[in-house]
Design a protein around this ligand. Structure first.
Ligand code: AP5
Ligand code: MG
Length: 216
């Protein structure tokens, strides 16, 4: 099963994607996580990506598309994958469609996680992430069992550099301008499924797996 996660920054794409990844045993591929790992490791890609990410802007398509195409051609993606944060522009979506077309394949679902901008801005200040395994928490709505410590791997949780209110507002602006048109793109492909970013994440995943399984 091949899934694309759509939705604004902070809507809950990563939260839903990581749960679906466990449920279906397919990799969760987050371009944001890949860039953050490169920044942490001081790679050339990381240096370039950081310049854009710190400003809340998109990393250029030419740095992003090949990276994803290479990742989805790896062996662990044969049964499917979940793309979280890619595509983010129409050219990225077209590149993905073309790459899959060549193999006579297509995406199965585009899950659009919906949450209002007001709620997103309020929520982001409470987000904490695990720099090691990528798990995501919220200090009020989805806290770890032990404060400041990742449930899954025991690492110390951190706040993301781009989660300041000012940068979140810029990311939302960029989302509405460059990424929101993808909803129409995938509507035309007939594969959009709406997901609430507000209902309990586990509850949404249960509901979703019925929808996804029904259509399999
Ligand atoms: P990326 O890492 O993809 O960030 P984003 O799209 O801005 O989305 P977030 O990860 O911030 O939010 P999310 O929707 O995953 O929400 P989450 O589940 O964490 O990208 C970062 C940057 O990298 C971009 O700005 C760009 O510069 C660059 N980039 C990445 N991909 C790119 C591409 N393809 N092209 C160009 N540039 C690219 O949830 C948010 C919070 O809410 C958490 O605290 C969570 O615990 C809480 N929460 C989630 N669901 C619920 C719920 N149901 N109830 C209560 N709380 C919840
Ligand atoms: Mg995310």
């Amino acid at each position: 099963m091949k899934i694309v996660m759509l939705g604004a920054p902070g809507a809950g794409k990563g939260t839903i994607a990581s749960r679906l990844s466990v449920k279906y045993g397919i990799p969760h591929i987050s371009t944001g996580d890949i860039f953050r790992a490169n920044i942490k490791n001081g790679t050339e890609l990381g240096k370039k990506a950081k310049f854009y990410m710190d400003q809340g802007l998109l990393v250029p398509d030419e740095l992003t598309c090949d990276l994803v195409m290479d990742r989805i051609s790896q062996d662990d993606c044969k049964k499917g994958f979940i793309l979280d944060g890619f595509p983010r522009t129409i050219p990225q979506a077209e590149a993905l469609t073309d790459a899959l077309d060549e193999k006579d394949e297509q995406m199965d679902y585009a899950l659009n996680v919906i949450l209002s901008d007001d709620k997103i801005v309020k929520r982001m200040s409470g987000r904490r992430t695990c720099p090691k395994c990528g798990a995501v928490y919220h200090i009020v709505t989805l806290p770890p069992k032990k404060e400041g410590i990742c449930d899954k791997c025991g690492s110390a949780l951190v706040q993301r550099a781009d989660d300041s209110e000012e940068t979140v507002k810029k990311r939302l602006e960029v989302y509405h301008e460059q990424t929101e048109p993808l909803i129409e793109y995938y509507h035309r492909a007939g594969i959009i499924v709406e997901v609430s970013g507000d209902a309990g994440a586990d509850q949404e995943v249960d509901r979703l797996s019925e929808v996804l399984e029904d259509e399999e």
